[in-house]
Ligand binder design. Sequence first.
Ligand SMILES: O=C(O)[C@H](O)COP(=O)(O)O
Length: 327
Amino acid sequence: MKKVLMSEKIDDAGIKLLEDNGFTVTTSPATDKATMASEIKDAYAVIMRSSELPDDVISAGKNLKIISRNGTGINNVDVESATKHHVLVAKVNGANAFSVAEYALTSMLMLSRKIILDDKLVRGKKNELSTYGSLPNFSSQMGINGNELRGKTLAILGLGKIGRQLVKFAQAFEMNVIGYDPYVKDDPVKMYDHLEDIYPVADFISIHMPLTPETAGMIGEKELKMMKSNAILINSARGGIIDEVALAKALKSHEIAGAALDSFKPEPPAPDNPLFDVDNVIMTSHIAGTTAEANQALGVGAAQAIIDFSNGKMPEFPVNPDVFVAE
Ligand SMILES: O=C(O)[C@H](O)COP(=O)(O)O
């Protein structure tokens, strides 16, 4: 029986699909590299999500034929090493696009309606609330008002499946959507050729690009200074695209109005990450693409890639297709 090693457990539907197709499925804790390297020895396939799959682990996989990432980003897989060892890397595109786009929209709404700030105010004033009597909207009386999304300009950086889903959501909120993506051939929204033309006009900026040498550190002090003072920046893509120290400074000095980050560098964020001390930022634990629905679709997609491969068929989303040799 062919063994599939999971560095993180996938949805039961994906495990069942593999077992129904004659594979044995085991989990090895991704945090323990030594165990992983020993477990990978007799594995035919690996399924992984957020864990790192470096060269020394891949090299230990003497029978390894395919690495299946249940997600789109492949920044945590050493594709070069996989290719060197003739291991196919496959991913699952689009299965969590709705979830990530929902996360971006939720963050935009929470920040522009000041939901977290108001929640803190209500809790902080719990003993005085009865004195407000017929004026329960005390935060509005204090001058704290949110804004609608309607009519605001949203810049979407990266117009893949996630970015395009966000376009649909934003248009339903009557936002003016603009975009930047040097790799798209069509123009799903008004596209800009240069990021420096986007920063000064956007009220919201949402990043949906992979972490690559081109995007690493793409938004730092200089770029933050170009943004509007009411700008809200959302990163549900990858840590490392935004300089977090520069962002904390820009938020503290109100150079921009707010931010939401779901991914950090390093991940999880180190205790001395300056964003912990900033109010107008939402910090979450890489949850944007993890809903029950997305997890199920991703698990099934990752399993299907292995089944297809083992049946001599190219998986739907290969990363290094040249190593594919039908079995
Ligand atoms: O790579 C992806 O599938 C999306 O960017 C979501 O990220 P995640 O899979 O790391 O949650």
